[in-house]
Design a protein around this ligand. Structure first.
Ligand code: HEC
Ligand code: HEC
Ligand code: HEC
Ligand code: HEC
Length: 131
């Protein structure tokens, strides 16, 4: 009895530790995301994810997931899994530049083009100042 409890504990611990390395599937798409993997010079960004589903296709942003749709079983790797400390010319999420940071390219470009008043284009609109 005791032995099997210990064994179960080990299996559960192994599963818990393995989780973060697995990509979420489309079904688990979060309604809101705090993007903070690269936050160092600027504050983390609150991103209303689900509110963007009606504005464009999933693959506009998830450009390595062709044909991605809500409710599918497709694995969706996080942007950061490829854009944090990437090799070569791949845009790096630690970049300040509006033309070199992968999020700036994706988010700010569309916000500017949309002309929508509610779409932030100024630094503070996405990176609120502390206090
Ligand atoms: C539409 C939203 C948006 C706007 C506008 C925006 N950013 Fe960002 N920025 C992001 C996101 C998302 C990240 C990725 C954050 C992360 O991964 O932690 C980011 C990352 C950064 C980073 C690298 C991470 C860090 O904190 O060191 C810097 C620096 C930065 N932005 C500066 C700026 C500056 C300066 C402006 C204005 C010229 C600006 N951003 C405008 C969304 C935005
Ligand atoms: C406007 C851009 C954008 C659109 C459109 C978008 N997403 Fe996302 N999605 C993101 C960002 C940004 C993140 C979280 C930050 C990161 O991955 O670094 C994210 C995270 C996810 C995650 C969690 C990934 C993980 O492993 O943590 C899933 C699942 C997901 N999206 C699925 C979808 C699905 C399904 C759709 C279409 C119905 C969709 N997304 C539309 C930008 C977008
Ligand atoms: C599986 C790895 C991977 C994932 C996941 C990924 N990217 Fe990328 N991304 C790349 C690579 C590699 C490049 C450079 C080559 C290219 O343009 O395809 C790139 C290029 C880009 C570019 C530059 C495209 C251009 O035309 O200048 C942007 C912007 C970008 N990614 C944003 C994102 C965002 C936002 C997410 C998450 C919603 C994301 N990426 C998820 C690997 C990835
Ligand atoms: C395909 C175009 C597009 C892309 C890509 C996009 N957005 Fe947006 N976003 C919009 C539009 C349009 C609005 C305004 C919606 C409205 O008028 O209600 C908006 C609104 C927002 C808002 C304000 C929501 C509110 O109600 O206050 C935030 C924050 C935001 N976007 C963050 C981001 C971030 C961060 C990314 C990149 C990960 C991103 N967006 C990518 C088009 C886009």
């Amino acid at each position: 009895m005791r032995k099997s409890l210990v064994a179960t504990g080990i299996v559960i611990a192994a599963l818990v530790f393995a989780m973060p390395t697995l990509a979420a599937t489309a079904k688990d798409a979060p309604a809101d995301v705090t993007i903070d993997v690269c936050a160092a010079k600027k504050s983390a960004v609150e991103f209303p994810h689900a509110a963007h589903f009606e504005l464009t296709e999933c693959a506009t942003c998830h450009h390595t997931n062709d044909g991605l749709a809500a409710d599918s079983d497709m694995d969706v790797p996080s942007c950061a899994s490829c854009h944090q400390d990437p090799e070569g010319e791949t845009p790096d999420c630690a970049q300040m530049s509006l033309s070199k940071n992968p999020y700036h390219i994706t988010c700010v470009t569309c916000h500017k083009e949309s002309g929508a008043e509610a779409a932030p284009t100024k630094c503070d609109g996405c990176h609120p100042k502390a206090g």
